[in-house]
Design a protein around this ligand. Structure first.
Ligand code: DC
Length: 218
């Protein structure tokens, strides 16, 4: 069994930035489970399935083979043999992922891949149900969050920096809607594991959060 650090929390809490840094400093592998859900979402989009069509999503799952590889320390996601990493951050893919990740068959499809990585490697794994369901025996569990306002401001700045035209109110609304979907779905809803350490990063720097997590590790 590898040494496992599980980081869960809502969209925009800074999980991936923090998890990547902790992984680098500890010499661990960073596992971005959101990217796996996004790759599944891309597959459903390619098949022309509507985000609301849970039955077709459930049936289509077995046709998607997701593999993870590390190139120069960066996680690469392969969908049926093709590297799709560059497409995963598209808005359409994120919107589909937030719907399709609520389908039980999609979650089952990714469960063994996630557990196997944690069994064989020292990992920092981020997601929504890592501490509660995927790795209930993780060595360190973190629930990382920040206020909706902080998360919306971060996301808004990120989009502006990318040169995308966006509206702050809309960004904040999207975040609230995604929180609602992730926290209220039937299967593996986002919630804090009983033994997770709660960190609110609203008034913390990235370095402060990284140090707080490292202090909890062996
Ligand atoms: O973290 P992210 O934005 O890349 O995740 C994309 C979607 O996948 C998001 O709506 C939540 C979902 N997800 C999930 O349900 N469980 C995970 N372990 C990771 C992500």
């Amino acid at each position: 069994m590898g040494y496992n650090i599980a980081i869960d929390g809502p969209a925009g809490a800074g999980k991936s930035t923090i998890a990547k840094k902790v992984a680098k400093e500890k010499g661990f592998i960073y596992v971005d489970t959101g990217a796996m859900y996004r790759a599944m979402a891309l597959y459903f989009l390619k098949l022309g399935i509507a985000p609301e069509d849970s039955n077709s999503i459930a049936k289509a799952c077995t046709g998607a083979e997701i593999k993870i590889a590390y190139e120069d320390g960066m996680q690469q996601v392969y969908l049926n043999g093709q590297n799709v990493t560059d497409r995963l951050r598209e808005e359409m893919v994120g919107n589909m992922a937030s719907k399709s990740s609520a389908v039980a068959e999609v979650r089952e499809h990714l469960l063994s891949l996630q557990r196997e990585l944690a069994r064989t490697e020292d990992v920092v794994m981020d997601g929504r149900d890592i501490g509660t369901r995927i790795l209930p025996d993780a060595d360190v569990k973190i629930y990382l969050t920040a206020s909706v306002e902080t998360r919306a401001k971060r996301r808004y700045r990120e989009l502006l920096e990318k040169g995308e035209d966006c509206d702050y109110e809309k960004v904040a609304q999207d975040i609230e809607q995604r929180d609602y979907q992730d926290m209220n779905r039937q299967v593996s809803p986002l919630c804090q594991a009983e033994d997770a350490v709660f960190i609110d990063s609203s008034d913390m720097t990235i370095e402060e959060v990284v140090e707080a997590i490292k202090a909890l590790c062996r």
